[in-house]
Design a protein around this ligand. Structure first.
Ligand code: AMP
Length: 396
């Protein structure tokens, strides 16, 4: 299956039709108040396009983790209110998900009207991808559009099952993720360089494995580098070590070598006496860390080396910081890589919370081609796994 030939909203005729759109309205809330409406704002292009095309819109999403029944704490009411303000038109809120009220309100919808269903996770069948629930979703509408990339790695009724019963397409948010991440994996502008950092090898072993198959260069930084050091027979002091993955790390190094892929590990490190923002620290030119010291960042020579490898890249994929970037003393490696990407002119794809946060904090966000909207989904995508919420969509 290629992800690149999925139907998008522009490939389907929606005039006068009822379109069920699975959005990601899983907004941050505190005491019933939305603290960030970023995800609602991100959904607007698809919603606005469908309205301009004369669709009757039925929107749905999950919000938090209710336990399969109505719970006012997880109601979509605040989302309906905020969405209505952003769209400048009424958003009708159904009292249930696929019950009597939703059915009646969906049936009465006119062109240009917007109905928001209650939290899809109020239905027990949602997370079980229950076909009976999927059929009820499908019965509300004529067409299904999935635009919830953050939930695309979950096979639930509203993200996947419903597509068995309706013609389907992806919205603009998923379309962009497919174009950038799918494009980088299936048909990249070369050289393709992946930079992987962060804490745990176990979280990213599948990603590293898949990227060695696709990339010209794989660059490793962050806490996970020390498991690779250990795999090469070096000492790592008190650095992060993923003991269960030392053999896997060894296997990755051998695989990269066999495939002729450049596999870069830090050549110098910033080491500290303890895991603290103001810990005593120094630089060492070595891939062995002395007893009682821990590696908390890549060193300046490594940062320069990595930035140089990025300079000539056609495409860069970055996931995970190069050190403890939350702390000023150990943020330089991450900053150098972010700068290197911003100045490279390469197609740049940023996934993962910490790398995206570093990019935004440095003011480089608008220099990146794509900052992924889904942490878990983007990692599974990079791992080469099929995302059920995309796989279920009709091909062109
Ligand atoms: P991840 O969620 O796997 O991308 O990991 C991000 C976390 O890794 C951040 O909170 C960083 O502080 C942490 N991290 C990065 N490098 C190191 C390191 N050398 N030692 C300990 N933690 C690190």
């Amino acid at each position: 299956m290629s992800t690149l030939n999925k139907k998008t909203v522009e490939d389907i005729d929606v005039r006068g039709k009822k379109v069920l759109v699975r959005c990601d309205f899983n907004v941050k809330m505190e005491d019933g108040v939305i603290t960030s409406d970023k995800r609602i704002v991100a959904s607007l292009p698809t919603i606005q396009y469908l309205l301009d095309q004369g669709a009757k819109l039925i929107l749905c999403s999950h919000l938090g983790r209710p336990k399969g029944e109505f719970d006012p704490a997880f109601s979509m009411a605040p989302v309906a209110k905020r969405l209505s303000e952003l769209l400048g038109r009424e958003v009708i809120l159904a009292k249930d998900v696929v019950g009597e009220d939703a059915v009646a309100k969906a049936a009465a919808l006119k062109e240009g009207e917007v109905l928001l269903l209650e939290n899809v996770r109020f239905e027990k069948g949602e997370t079980k991808n229950d076909p009976e629930l999927s059929k009820k979703f499908a019965a509300l509408a004529d067409v299904y559009v999935n635009d919830a990339f953050g939930s695309a790695h979950r096979a639930h009724s509203s993200t996947t099952g419903v597509a068995d019963y309706l013609p389907s397409a992806v919205g603009y948010l998923i379309q962009k993720e497919i174009e950038f991440i799918g494009g980088a994996l299936e048909n990249p502008k070369r050289p393709l360089v992946a930079i992987l950092g962060g804490a745990k090898v176990s979280d990213k072993i599948g990603v590293i494995n898949n990227l060695i198959d696709k990339c010209d260069t794989v660059i490793i930084g962050g806490g996970m580098a020390y498991t690779f050091f250990k795999a090469m027979g070096n000492e790592v002091g008190t650095s992060l070590l993923d003991k269960d993955n030392i053999e896997n790390a060894k296997g990755m190094i051998q695989k990269a070598r066999a495939k002729g892929v450049n596999f870069l590990l830090p050549v110098d490190n910033i080491i500290a006496t303890e895991y603290a923002p103001d810990a005593t620290h120094m630089r060492i030119y070595s891939d062995s860390i002395p007893d009682g010291w821990m590696g908390l960042d890549i060193g300046p020579v490594t940062a320069e080396l990595y930035a140089k490898s990025i300079q000539n890249a056609g495409t860069v994929i970055w996931n995970g910081p190069m050190g403890v970037s939350e702390w000023e003393n150990f943020a330089n490696g991450t900053i150098a890589v972010a700068k290197g990407i911003a100045e490279s002119g390469a197609i740049s794809i940023i996934g993962g919370g910490d790398s995206a946060a570093a990019i935004k904090k440095l003011g480089f966000a608008d220099k990146m081609s794509h900052i992924s909207t889904g942490g878990g989904a983007s990692l599974e995508f990079l791992e080469g796994k099929e995302l059920p919420g995309i796989a279920c969509i009709d091909e062109k």
